[in-house]
Design a protein around this ligand. Structure first.
Ligand code: CP
Ligand code: NVA
Length: 307
């Protein structure tokens, strides 16, 4: 693994390896054991969109690993004034040891990796959000002690979260069922690739428009905002189109008995999820958010630590 551009180029073994290191780093942090595995290393963090979890978890994680995080808002660097991705990649490669980027186009992340000489981590694009899904699957693994024979149901927009969950679940062999309103289905290229991964790992994929059908037998029920970053102008239309896709207690009741609720956050109570579910006993949203820190530290060590 040279980069984390998406989960499509990573094997199940590599994901399980990241989880093994995640468990160790989490244990060490909780037990006050120093783990300065990236001492003297610098991570450039380019943000072209807002963030709470990603920025704080990467920045804090880098500090805990003994390294130095560098926050670069695209408003402040020359990328925002038209310097090319190619030149940015080449210049940053002369200064730092890794680049984390949150941006719009997936191709920008791939171009950074292609033109630079250091590891690149995708911290969300319009297409994918791999760091989030590593934390999500790790949270399911922690909850149930296994990811074998588990099913995840995703209810809502066929967006970057749906895409990365499709890749992540099919890579590790977890069944996935997605229900979106008509017209909001996930990208067909992503679905086609996920079907190939599912064939290899032996899991199932179902894509449809019926939330009740999707959650049947699911151990984890997942949703995301109906209005992703950059789609603010579509808000009114989307709220109408997503009527019937609220994850509430009644829908959770149709999932497996011990099902947990997951959400990448930020979440909007009363829209994609009821306050009762978001703040209720099945919700694991804050464990999930915490796990971003631990999983990303493992990813950074794997990519930048020579381990
Ligand atoms: N889930 C997530 O990536 O959150 P932020 O947008 O706050 O980073
Ligand atoms: N789909 C959301 C995820 C936020 C973490 C967005 O892209 O805004």
């Amino acid at each position: 693994m040279k980069h984390l551009l998406g989960l499509y180029h990573i094997s199940k073994e590599e994901i399980l390896d990241i989880f093994k290191l995640t468990e160790k780093l989490k244990y060490e942090l909780k037990n006050d054991i120093k783990h300065h595995l990236l001492k003297g290393k610098t991570l450039a963090m380019i943000f072209e969109k807002s963030s709470t979890r990603t920025r704080v978890s990467f920045e804090t994680g880098m500090y805990q690993l003994g390294g130095h995080p560098l926050f670069l808002s695209s408003n402040d660097i020359q990328l925002g004034r038209g310097e090319t991705i190619e030149d940015t990649a080449k210049v940053l490669s002369r200064y730092v040891d890794g680049i984390m980027i949150r941006t719009f186009k997936q191709s920008d992340v791939e171009d950074l990796a292609a033109h630079g000489s250091i590891p690149v981590i995708n911290a969300l694009t319009d297409l994918l959000h791999p760091c989030q899904v590593l934390a999500d699957i790790f949270t399911i693994y922690e909850e149930f002690g296994t990811i074998e024979d588990k099913k995840l149901a995703y209810i809502g927009d066929g967006n970057n979260m749906a895409h990365s969950l499709l890749y992540g679940c099919t890579k590790v062999g977890m069944d996935i069922s997605i229900a979106t309103p008509k017209g909001y289905e996930p990208d067909q290229d992503v679905v086609d690739k996920a079907f190939e991964f599912a064939k290899e790992s032996g899991c199932t994929i179902h894509i449809g428009n019926d939330p009740e059908k999707a959650v049947g037998g699911a151990s984890a029920v997942y949703t995301d905002t109906w209005v992703s970053m950059g789609m603010e102008e579509e808000k009114e239309r989307r709220i109408k189109d997503f009527n019937g896709f609220l994850v509430d207690d009644s829908l959770m009741g149709k999932a497996a008995d011990n099902a947990i609720f997951l959400h990448c956050l930020p979440g909007y109570r009363g829209f994609e999820v009821s306050a009762g579910v978001m703040d209720g006993p099945s919700s694991r949203i804050f464990n999930e958010a915490e796990n971003r820190l631990h999983v990303q530290k493992a990813v950074m060590v794997k990519l930048m630590g020579g381990k």
